[in-house]
Design a protein around this ligand. Structure first.
Ligand code: SAM
Length: 236
């Protein structure tokens, strides 16, 4: 059954209305009609089977049949800071990170960030679409754009977190050789096309970050983000 995004869905929902874009999708893309069954997800852990009651230009009303509370998948322990990259590449990265089920995505600006486009609303739409396509109940948190320094400082307030920075250097640990506690949350930073500056790496190390190598080759930032998460998921 197709998934539709319904942020208003709650544990005691009886009748819900789909928002305009979801309603348009349901009627015009999936061509669903009254009587058909669908699945609703609120992106915060709830899914529900529902039956379409009415679907017209005014909107889509759904009768909620059964609400399920999903347990968060363990991959939600991973949080990724991704330096801004070209919009089409950022779109791709955010879509794949959502499919992989990370807990949060921090778009950041770094010393060598050369892109200044951050389309938050557009990225959220891509995430919602990936959430539905991958049939999940949890949407990653898309954080507001912040400086890399602020992101490091934010992590300082969580001493228990495993902190990693993806950086190709001779003294970086191969990510497949890390020994990590499976209980803890993991924060990992991915740099922009120009990489991290020496000062940024030093700042991270002072804050307890470990440098990790992802591959023997230099990967594009978006590939690096996905590769890092796929590796880290094996520890969880
Ligand atoms: N010229 C840059 C450099 O030498 O750092 C290349 C930057 S790479 C295109 C973009 C980001 O992806 C890097 O800052 C790093 O975070 C990550 N990255 C790419 N390949 C990596 C690898 N093999 N190991 C670790 N991190 C990598």
């Amino acid at each position: 059954m197709e998934y539709f995004y319904c942020p208003d869905l709650s544990e005691d929902s009886d009748l819900v209305n789909l928002l305009s874009e979801e309603a348009h999708h349901l009627r015009n893309v999936f061509r669903k009609s009254p009587g058909e069954k669908i699945v609703l997800t609120n992106g915060h852990g709830l899914t529900a089977t529902a039956e379409i009651e009415a679907a017209d230009k005014k909107g889509v009303a759904c009768k909620v049949k059964e609400v399920h509370k999903q347990a968060p998948s363990i991959s939600r322990r991973i949080s990724v800071a991704l330096a801004l990259i070209r919009p089409n590449r950022m779109d791709w990265a955010v879509e794949k990170l959502t499919e992989l089920g990370v807990g949060s995505i921090y778009p950041v600006t770094t010393r060598f960030t050369s892109v200044n486009v951050f389309k938050e609303k557009h990225l959220r739409k891509i995430m919602v679409s990936a959430l539905k396509q991958s049939k999940q109940a949890f949407l990653p948190e898309l954080k507001p754009l912040m400086s890399f320094a602020d992101w490091i400082a934010e992590n300082d307030s969580y001493p228990d977190r495993i902190k990693l920075i993806a950086h190709m250097a001779n003294d970086a640990v191969d990510i497949s050789r890390l020994s990590l506690s499976s209980e803890k949350k993991i924060a990992i930073a991915i740099g922009p096309e120009g990489g991290f500056s020496v000062e940024e790496i030093a700042g991270c190390e002072q804050s307890g970050f470990r440098k990790v190598k992802l591959d023997n080759h230099i990967l594009r930032a978006e590939t690096a983000a996905i590769s890092a998460v796929v590796h880290l998921k094996r520890y969880l």
